[in-house]
Design a protein around this ligand. Structure first.
Ligand code: SF4
Ligand code: SF4
Length: 235
């Protein structure tokens, strides 16, 4: 069995829904700028994802911010999906090293520029370059089957794995996420890799709104922009 087939088998065996390999050369300048020379020293990334059931996100669209729905969503995303991804990328890294290559798993929620919610490496970028989706107007990775309701994890590697092709799709004329955003943080502008994120999303407005929920309901969770996306949404 090839290494890539072995890794994909492991991923599905531990319950992950998505697997792909990204060619990082296409975005090496951005990767170095965000995380420095270490992440930029890897030519490829294994991207894996676990889909979040629509039933967890649908209640987030309610105007009254139901406390139990938000806490339930928060629990499954941060306490269940993220550890599942971290354990999986740890295992995949060991398998890649056992095959004789470099591998570095990237933690799911490690922010180094906390104010801007940026980590050492963008999981969305890896998933996008692996052909698993496109960057939406809400700045999330939009997968054709599950929309933005997928949590992503990454293993950086130099293993010579076959890489995926970019998906030739985009949001089109849709602006559902911008309409659903209670803070006005989403401008409804299509992703353009040449433009800074601020053109599409006001992170400060999003943070202020989510922080207000922390004091009122006990969790800085909103998620209306991912619940509203029509891709993968169950009516
Ligand atoms: S999490 Fe909420 S406030 Fe932030 S961008 Fe999405 S919808 Fe807007
Ligand atoms: S809601 Fe519409 S505009 Fe927003 S990310 Fe989804 S497809 Fe794109």
């Amino acid at each position: 069995m090839t290494l890539i087939a072995h890794l994909e088998n492991i991923s599905h065996g531990v319950g992950l829904d998505y697997f792909g390999v990204a060619n990082l050369a296409r975005a090496i300048g951005f990767i170095r700028q965000q995380g420095g020379d270490l992440p930029a020293s890897f030519p490829r990334a294994v991207s894996v994802g676990v889909a979040v059931p629509y039933g967890l996100t649908a209640p987030l669209l309610a105007n009254d911010n139901d406390n139990s729905a938000l806490m339930n969503y928060d629990w499954y995303v941060y306490k269940v999906c993220n550890p599942m991804l971290d354990q999986s990328t740890l295992r995949l890294s060991r398998e890649i090293e056992n095959a004789g290559y470099r591998a570095m798993p990237v933690a799911t929620s490690l922010a180094i520029q906390d104010k801007h919610l940026a980590g050492v490496f963008s999981h969305k970028l890896a998933a996008h370059l692996a052909g698993l989706g496109w960057i939406g107007k809400n700045c999330l990775l939009i997968n054709p089957e599950d929309g933005p309701r997928v949590r992503w994890g990454t293993v950086l590697t130099d293993a010579p794995l076959e890489t995926g092709n970019l998906l030739e799709r985009n949001c089109g004329k849709c602006t559902e996420c911008a309409k659903a955003c209670p803070s006005g943080a989403i401008h409804g502008t299509a992703f353009d890799p040449a433009e800074p994120r601020v053109k599409r999303l006001d992170v400060d407005k999003c943070n202020e709104y989510r922080n207000s929920l922390q004091s009122s309901i006990g969790a800085p969770t909103c998620g209306k922009c991912l619940a509203a996306c029509p891709f993968g949404r169950i009516k």
